[in-house]
Design a protein around this ligand. Structure first.
Ligand SMILES: [Zn+2]
Length: 162
C-alpha cells in the first residue's frame, strides 16, 4: 500500500518544498490513519531517487545475499515456533511476543519512550516487538539488541502525530 504524506506529495522530500499547511497534512493523513495504519506492519518513506543513485550498485545488499538472510531467518523462526499454528514472527500472539521478544534494559527504555512520545497503541507495541525480533533474526542475533528495537520503531512512522 502506498500513499503520499501530504496533498502536494513533497512533504519530507528534499527535492522540492511542500506547500501544504499542517492542518491540510493532518486532514490528509487522518484519512489513512488509525485502525488501518495500525494493521500495517512496516511504514517507510520511499523518497524519489536520482537517476545516478538508481544506477549505482555500491554498498547495498544484493538480492542473492538478501535471499540467504531471509531463508536463514525463516529457519530460525521455524525452530522457534515448532509445530504450533504460528510459524512466523508476524503472527505471534501477545503471549508469544512476551516470551520471544524480551528486551534488555536499554531496549525497554527506548520502547517505553516511543510509546509515550508517539502515543502508540497496544497493537503498535506488539508490531514493533515482532519487527525487532525479525530484524534480530535477519542479523543472526539471538537477543533483540537496542539497535534492533530502534530500527523497528523507525518503521512505524505513521503512528506518530505530526
Ligand atoms: Zn505538501
Amino acid at each position: 500500500m502506498a500513499t503520499q504524506v501530504c496533498p502536494c506529495g513533497y512533504f519530507g522530500s528534499g527535492a522540492r518544498k511542500c506547500k501544504c499547511t499542517p492542518g491540510q497534512i493532518g486532514r490528509y493523513l487522518s484519512k489513512v490513519s488509525g485502525p488501518l495504519v495500525d494493521r500495517i506492519d512496516i511504514h517507510i518513506d520511499v523518497p524519489a531517487i536520482s537517476f545516478r543513485k538508481l544506477r549505482s550498485k555500491s554498498g547495498q545488499l544484493d538480492s542473492v545475499a538478501m535471499r540467504a538472510d531471509v531463508v536463514r531467518a525463516a529457519g530460525v523462526q521455524a525452530g522457534r515456533f515448532g509445530k504450533g499454528k504460528v510459524h512466523t514472527n508476524a503472527r505471534m500472539s501477545h503471549k508469544q511476543v512476551e516470551k520471544f521478544c524480551k528486551l534488555d534494559q536499554a531496549g525497554e527504555l527506548i520502547l517505553k519512550q516511543a510509546m509515550v512520545e508517539f502515543g502508540l497503541s497496544a497493537r503498535a507495541h506488539d508490531k514493533i516487538c515482532k519487527l525487532a525480533r525479525t530484524i534480530a533474526d535477519l542479523a543472526g542475533a539471538e537477543d533483540i539488541a537496542t539497535e534492533h528495537i530502534a530500527e523497528a520503531i523507525s518503521y512505524r512512522k505513521l503512528d506518530r502525530k505530526l
